[in-house]
Design a protein. Sequence first.
Length: 254
Amino acid sequence: MEPARTDAVFRALADPTRRRLLDILHQENGQTLGALCAHLAMTRQAATQHLGILEAANLITTVRRGREKLHYLNPVPIYELQARWIGKFEQPRLQLLHNIKGRLENEMSTKPRFVYVIYIATTPEKLWQALTDPDITARYWDARNVSNWQVGSRWEHRAASPNGPEDGAVLVAGTILESDPPRRLVNTWSPPGGDGRQSRVSFDIEPAGDSVRLTITHEDLDESEFADASAGWAAVLSSLKSLLETGRPIHGLW
């Protein structure tokens, strides 16, 4: 994480009201401004200012659903702080996420389960390649994403780690629903041998100055998939960012 973004995260977390907002979103993700204000003794204007600081630090992200603007916890920057400032001091893995990570519960089926955002100093084309090239995904994800990436085609997430399942074993599979390089990729997500239930993952790539904003939305998750998805995406995105910016992925995150 670059110094300016690190400073913004630390400043955002220094305020108890903003930490309270993150705790509220941990308890129920995807809330409107009105719903958040109901938990706090402050005006909508004051809450909006706090939410703006959290969004500028990339600790929350927002999604429009019709007329509503929903706010989502984005734990990726906190995970990066853990890797940079806590992991090297041998603290327990993911300790910093204790109060604001984990299962992101929601009761409305129209809400995405997870909305994660990360900024990467790269180009949309290179990021698209990193998401779809099997040899590159093997470097930061310990698995190869294999497909021709055409709408209607099958894709597979195949093991590529010597310390995990047998090399080439299919860990996840699905169907490509949308493919618009280098802007948007959507696919279903289903572990083989399961009950046939599928979730859905969207990758949205947008230029952001000299960086790229990657938004991953994982929805229609089963309750049993919450914990793995919560920690898993944060780890994958941190490793992807490190690979594209430094040439070195982060190993041992999962």
